[in-house]
Design a protein around this ligand. Sequence first.
Ligand SMILES: Cc1cc2nc3c(=O)[nH]c(=O)nc-3n(C[C@H](O)[C@H](O)[C@H](O)COP(=O)(O)O)c2cc1C
Length: 261
Amino acid sequence: MIKNDNEMNDTLKTIFNLRSIRNYSEKRISKEDLNLIIRASVRAANASGRQSYSIIVIDDKQLLKKYFYSANKGLLFCVDFNRIIDAAKYLNHTFASNNIRFFITGTTDTILAAQTATIAAKSLFIDSLFTNSIHREEIDIVYDDFNLPKEFCFPLIALCLGYPFKEPKYLKGRLTGLGVVHHNRYHRLSEEELENLIQEYDEEENHIGLSWENWKEMGFGHYLDWFYTRWSREIPSEKLKEFHLMLEKSGFIDPEWYYRK
Ligand SMILES: Cc1cc2nc3c(=O)[nH]c(=O)nc-3n(C[C@H](O)[C@H](O)[C@H](O)COP(=O)(O)O)c2cc1C
């Protein structure tokens, strides 16, 4: 039993030292390390042994610059059923992945693999950053840039990998208590508990939340005042429409399905 943080084993130390790095040095990730990261990534649990994802390994400088913060390597994690569908066709079977449940399950497979990659990387002293840069670009362009199949494949998350240009000053904190962890039944926060939550964000040394701008200097009373008014801007409806259309085109989500049944 581990009684205090000093007694953590190496696995826990690796997980507790995860941090996002946005500026990478020129140092290269070795082929052997990259290979290990990918082998570890696919060890993650996956529904029905389907591994319903594809991992695109990126070392093209232009793509790294455009989507991966110019990291040394990038991994694009896509929920993807094409390999499974093609194998079925080849054997004269059918495999229908045109439903939202497969999309959600496939998404879970994909994200578990992605997070496992970050832990494996960190254990090899390689840092990372998850980014949804791919969802900021026009989605059709993303499909073209990576030559993704238009059906039953959706790019979920980009993972940047590399060595830091400069060590960050601190590790970001996390909420760990009420409102995050619930016991047996969901507990909605009371006003008093919300007040504590707001304070928890405000406490500088907790380093919870984003630190892009100094909200105090900007005249905000609370971090969350800055967050809700300056950061969490509404996504333009055109952008959302593009997203909906691409999900429909991908075949996972059919908005008419419910009415036809
Ligand atoms: C789905 C997802 C998307 C993210 N996208 C970005 C991004 O586009 N740019 C960025 O700088 N950080 C991005 N991040 C990183 C978070 O900002 C970061 O994980 C968070 O601030 C906590 O910091 P830490 O990872 O250093 O503990 C993303 C993280 C996730 C999980």
